[in-house]
Design a protein around this ligand. Structure first.
Ligand code: HEM
Ligand code: SF4
Ligand code: SF4
Length: 400
């Protein structure tokens, strides 16, 4: 057997295993979804607003973060003001123990971050298992991977801000991880520390990264939504209450605290791992740095390009087609298309109408909504003509 034939056989075998796994996962997801519909009706089924859940926690994070920001002092100085030591660690202590509801706000901020990561993973798994992430949805998937990486990094910088022994250890671990990178390591380290070593500037840099990236997240979210005409971004009000109540319950059951204040002259070596945000530090500590970077990069790149390497569970997409001489340019299809796949362009010279609908082929999902929207029979799915749909509906009606 030549090596190219061998490779193909291996690829086919791998493809088959992958496809069987996705089909089983797809069936399981839909079965769970059906079960939830029966138990609490489709209106409250979280599967139908899986993207809205992380979005909801993002708003909670912005609001609670704003309140924390009002009292946070981004310095590691041991400076005294009226006999009181004022630095990042003491300001966090003040927020937690002395400010009315400060500990609750801090808890809400911390646990909403965890909840957001959890729901992002569930959201990503759901779109992956139900095959809603490829072809015309690739941009949502690729920006989703960027969003996930950003959210994880923002969360980690939040842990540096507390400036307890864990913050110091994480900062030093990040510096050694960056040091291990060839060429880009040194500039990245200087960017991260805002200089050569840990100083006051380092902490103000962490605050800047934490807040700046949170706002940058809004831009990436816009890219995430730009190809969707009506993304579901808000859960029903009853669910919002449950989500807030769940966080409050955790805040009261597991009140938030900090470790001892960081001291640059000591070398802490143990810390509590928050598995939602700090799992990569655990990995870093348990494998050679080169293996860590190679596997993380492979994971991120592999996840980003996944949509181009897998087969289709759904039928192949055949884009809608406009019947030019019937189109009146009324724009109804343009307004109804869920994937922004229709553009209204000036009608050709000599036409009675001003505009003409055109289909942007790579964005079309073949969903047929535009066909239903058009009152002039001016847009069709070539593989599914109106006559076939009518026959199918009639035969279904007869069976009933
Ligand atoms: C900050 C994190 C994220 C938020 C707030 C978010 C939010 C959303 C929302 C609201 C939707 C629309 C859902 C709908 O209308 O049914 C959506 C769609 C989508 N998201 Fe995300 N997302 C995030 C991260 C991710 C990640 C990490 C991935 C995957 C790597 C991802 C992949 C997708 C895909 C493929 C769709 C299209 C699904 C469809 O059309 O049914 N998202 N997202
Ligand atoms: S079939 Fe029509 S409505 Fe559906 S995505 Fe394509 S152009 Fe848009
Ligand atoms: S709904 Fe029909 S007539 Fe109106 S713009 Fe679309 S294709 Fe043309």
């Amino acid at each position: 057997m030549t090596s190219s034939v061998k490779n193909e056989t291996n690829n086919n075998w791998l493809k088959q295993v992958y496809n069987q796994f996705i089909e089983a996962a797809n069936k399981l997801t839909l079965a769970i979804e059906d079960g939830i519909n029966t138990a609490i009706t489709s209106k409250y089924n979280p599967f139908y607003y899986h993207g809205a859940l992380p979005q909801f926690y993002l708003w909670v994070l912005f609001l609670s973060g704003l309140l924390l920001f009002a009292y946070y002092v981004p310095t590691i100085d041991n400076a005294y003001l009226s006999n009181r030591l004022i630095n990042a660690w003491t300001s966090v202590q003040y927020i937690t123990n002395s400010l009315p509801f400060g500990g609750v706000i801090r808890g809400i901020h911390r646990y909403s971050g965890d909840a957001m990561v959890l729901f992002i993973f569930l959201h990503a798994i759901r779109v992956w298992f139900t095959d809603r992430y490829r072809q015309y949805r690739w941009i949502q998937w690729a920006t989703g991977v960027i969003l996930l990486l950003m959210v994880l990094f923002i969360g980690q910088t939040g842990y540096y801000l507390v400036w307890d022994e864990r913050s110091l250890l994480l900062t030093r671990m990040t510096v050694s991880a960056l040091d291990a990178l060839p060429i880009i390591g040194a500039p990245l380290k200087a960017w991260f520390l805002n200089g050569d070593t840990i100083t006051n500037l380092t902490l103000s840099n962490f605050l800047f990264i934490h807040i700046g990236l949170s706002f940058a997240l809004l831009f990436v979210l816009w890219l995430h939504y730009v190809r969707m005409t009506r993304p579901v971004i808000t859960p029903p009000p009853a669910v919002n209450f449950i989500l807030v109540a769940a966080i409050l319950l955790i805040v009261f059951l597991v009140p938030i605290s900090s470790g001892n204040m960081a001291n640059l002259n000591t070398q802490p070596n143990t810390y509590d791992v928050d598995w939602f945000f700090l799992f990569n530090y655990w990995l870093m500590a348990h494998m050679p740095m080169s293996v860590f970077w190679i596997s993380m990069t492979a994971l991120a790149v592999g996840a980003t390009i996944l949509p181009w390497f897998v087969k289709t569970v759904s039928p192949p997409v055949t884009p809608a087609e406009v019947v030019i001489n019937k189109c009146t340019g009324c724009s109804l299809c343009y307004r109804d298309c869920p994937y922004q796949a229709i553009e209204m362009v000036p009608a050709p010279a000599g036409s009675r109408f001003k505009l003409l609908a055109t289909v942007n082929v790579p964005r079309c999902s073949s969903c047929g909504i535009c066909v239903g929207a058009c009152a002039f029979d001016a847009i069709d799915l070539p593989q599914l003509p109106d006559a076939t749909v009518l026959t199918q509906i009639k035969s279904l009606a007869e069976v009933k």
